[in-house]
Design a protein. Structure first.
Length: 590
């Protein structure tokens, strides 16, 4: 039976006027997550059909009769007991995905759209003080995130495990395919984990809401990481204050990784501990401890979880690349090659490692041309050679290849912030800095905690002759991800910005930090050599230049000049100063 839908174009979601109770204020979901509630996972529906059913359920959230006829219930796609539990599931999902301050706008868009569907969309946008276009983007992003979360959860049944965060028919969460596990291989989704409730060490009961909030926000942030499946909050908190055997938890939940942590209140400081554990072996993969000055609790919670989520994702990718080499030597699928590519990318990035990563991404795309993660990585690797190494012998061809891949990634995943960052780097190479700036700004709008997007905003500001505005953006990237694999690049951006402002000593300091963090990157050494030469330190400049040429033998002043991102007069004048420094350091003219 088809669900009757009112004529489009009248109401916020084309529905009739109903109760104004906000969706997130509805009855709490019973202590079961979607994955436990679904005895029959949603493999009977294609993703597009599943998405349509979820969007219909959102539209009809206050109408039990219409919810009862939704395909998620009607066709037995999930084993929820009627409309009330389906409605509760939607409410819990909103709370889980949009419960932190960063996603407040998305939550408000959902609430006002679906709690008062009699309102026209233009009225909803006006009430939220958003342009209509921004409102529509927020609504699309929020709905798609909900659909993806529920879809991933429905596919991760312990009874029907799938590989690499895939659907049961082999569709990968990145938009590609993964081979089914063979005998002796782990059957759990590749990037799957549970975040156990952080422990409140030595604190009072007053600290419990903050500590629980760290766990909840971390679950939300990790769920947004590409290809990651995270067990829901309600399931994770069922293990609170209970004896823990990570291997047993891994078997119960069908996950490969367990994250444990604690928070200790030390007066004016808060100490955070976190450790990532292999749920199959019980071995510790990564651990970190850091202190934060006590301040605004929500800001501190947001900063801590953003930092942890980025690092944990990188560590899981590295662990999965090692697991693939161990469990499936010679039998890598597209997902394996993608993980291996990102693992190579995240380790002391250099021209050679970027080329090695590109080979993995190329192989992944030969196996699966629609793997979004591989498309982004492939384009990034080309752009590293063009924009950040100046080593390309066929610049135009590499830009075209990267542009094609980036556009395909955007077509497949238009709301993925990383894809917009990648396309922005292509536009930078195409000497379209204003358009690149807009892509980076749009990426920040999609994910305000994507550190790389903030860093590239800093690059664009000094490329447009606004060097004074550059450092704040890069500083925000460093705050969000202080141990990021690209931290060396961000110190480089700061250093170049300082040189453009005539602060050569400060520029040298930042460039030295860049080289210290990643000694394998040639460009930072070349620009450091130029800065040293401009400061009159010619002997050291020559030494640094000689080492740089080991990494990029064909670097010349002419190649560097060809990479100028804009025709802004101030920017070009500042770059002329760098050309002089490179010549003084002994870089060939070319």
């Amino acid at each position: 039976m088809m669900i009757p839908v009112p004529p489009p174009g009248t109401n916020a979601e084309d529905g009739a006027a109903v109760s104004e109770q906000p969706i997130s204020d509805a009855v709490d979901l019973p202590p079961i997550a979607f994955r436990e509630a679904s005895s029959a996972p949603a493999f009977a529906l294609a993703y597009e059909e599943f998405a349509a059913a979820v969007k219909d359920a959102l539209r009809d959230v206050h109408s039990p009769d219409l919810l009862a006829r939704n395909r998620l219930l009607r066709d037995g796609i999930c084993n929820l007991n009627g409309p009330q539990e389906l409605r509760a599931l939607l409410c819990e999902t909103v709370g889980t995905l949009f419960g932190n301050a960063r996603d407040e706008k998305l939550r408000r868009v959902l609430e006002l759209t679906y709690s008062q569907p009699s309102l026209k969309q233009e009225v909803v946008a006006d009430r939220l003080s958003l342009s209509f276009g921004t409102y529509r983007r927020h609504l699309s992003t929020a709905r798609e995130r909900m659909v993806r979360w529920l879809w991933e959860s429905s596919q991760a049944q312990p009874e029907r495990p799938s590989a690499a965060g895939t659907t049961t028919n082999g569709e990968n969460l990145e938009g590609g395919t993964a081979a089914p596990p063979e005998a002796g291989e782990s059957a759990s989704p590749r990037l799957s984990l549970v975040v156990l409730p952080f422990v409140n060490i030595g604190g009072s009961a007053d600290d419990n809401p903050f500590v629980d909030g760290v766990t909840e926000t971390l679950i939300t942030d990790l769920s947004r990481s590409p290809g990651v499946f995270v067990i829901s909050r309600s399931t994770a908190f069922a293990y609170k204050d209970k004896p823990i055997d990570v291997r047993e938890i891994g078997r119960e939940l069908g996950v490969r990784y367990v994250l444990e942590g604690s928070v200790q209140n030390a007066g004016e400081r808060m100490r955070f501990n976190a450790q990532l554990v292999d749920a199959e072996s019980g071995g510790h993969l990564w651990a970190e401890r850091f202190d934060k000055q006590r301040g605004d609790l929500l800001d501190m919670q947001d900063e801590v979880t953003t930092r942890l989520a980025r690092t944990i994702h990188i560590e899981m990718v590295a662990a999965e690349s090692r697991r693939a080499a161990r469990e499936r030597p010679g039998r890598f699928d597209a997902v394996d090659h993608t993980l291996l590519g990102w693992a190579a990318w995240n380790r002391n990035l250099s021209l050679e490692s970027a080329r090695r990563a590109r080979r993995f991404f190329e192989t992944a795309l030969r196996l699966d041309e629609n793997n979004v993660g591989a498309l982004i990585g492939f384009a990034n690797a080309h752009m590293w050679e063009v924009n950040m190494s100046y080593a390309s012998d066929d610049r135009d061809a590499q830009i075209r290849a990267a542009e094609t891949a980036a556009k395909q990634a955007l077509a497949l995943a238009p709301d993925r912030a990383e894809a917009h960052v990648t396309y922005g780097t292509v536009l930078y190479a195409l000497h379209a800095p204003e358009r690149a700036l807009r892509e980076f700004e749009y990426a920040v709008g999609l994910d305000g905690h994507l550190a790389a997007a903030h860093a590239y905003l800093g690059l664009m500001k000094y490329s447009l002759g606004r060097a004074r505005d550059s450092r704040a953006h890069v500083a925000e990237a460093m705050r969000l991800s202080p141990r990021d694999p690209l931290l060396f690049q961000w110190h480089f951006f700061v250093g170049v910005g300082e040189l453009f402002l005539g602060r050569v000593v400060h520029g040298i300091e930042s460039l030295r930090k860049s080289v210290e963090i990643n000694p394998n990157w040639g460009l930072s050494r070349f620009i450091l050599a130029a800065a040293l030469a401009l400061a009159g330190l010619l002997a050291e400049a020559a030494e640094v230049r000689a080492v740089a040429q080991h990494f990029v033998p064909n670097f010349t002043v002419a190649r560097f000049r060809a990479g100028a991102a804009s025709d802004n007069p101030a920017y070009l004048a500042q770059r002329d100063h760098l050309y002089s420094g490179l010549r003084l350091a002994g870089v060939p003219e070319g």
